[in-house]
Design a protein around this ligand. Sequence first.
Ligand code: MF3
Ligand code: CO
Ligand code: CO
Length: 255
Amino acid sequence: MGIIIKTPEQIEGIRRSSQLAAQCLDFIEPYVKPGVTTEYLDDLIEKHIRENGATPAPLNYHGFPKATCISPNNVVCHGIPSKKIVLKDGDIINVDVTTILDGYYGDTSRMFEVGEISDKAANLIDTTKHCLDLGIQQVKPGNKFGNIGYVISRYAQSKGYSVVYEFCGHGVGLEFHEEPQVEHISRRNSGATMKPGMIFTIEPMINLGKAKVKVDKNDGWTARTADDELSAQFEHTILVTEDGFEVLTDIHNEY
Ligand code: MF3
Ligand code: CO
Ligand code: CO
């Protein structure tokens, strides 16, 4: 129990799975266009994952029916890919990919623009990405997990947005969801202490309007903003190193 400290061998396995998950997001980018369905995108990603010798972690996870989560506009997270959801010009979508490669999990998501999007949507996306980056900068041995949610919420709220509190980041690697829960809104210096070899996600969901979320009563998964305003999310899988962090899902040497 508690927060798992991964061995060097486990870290290498989780790194490889994380890089495949990130690569799936690059792979799908050219297909995100007005007129395509989210089911089509999900099918393409599932094939890509399997061609690379891995499996999609969401499929059958607590009954989830698809390989990825695809969440448009007012969907906060856990959107179920569907042939009924047709992308249109101006939509924003989050695609969330979790791979299992040689038994190891990697988890990452980012936003895609469908055609031309509004300035208000673009600003929400930029702020949400910056929230993730601020959270990542808090990752180093000895720091408290609460400081991740402290810096994220302070920045998001300074821009007039709200932070979803009903879904969190999480330990990841040997299982899909491990301890700890990584809050995106929390008190300064609260929570557990980060140690080298810990691996977890940071995945802030930031709302244009109110923070409150409602889960679809029919499918039991799709989480929408209660006020039906836009929501955005970015996610990386991060390793605590001896002197800071390594973003395992960063395949562009951004960090
Ligand atoms: N990938 C999501 C996360 O970041 C979890 C999806 S759970 C599912 O934690 F069942 F919806 F796939
Ligand atoms: Co996650
Ligand atoms: Co995810």
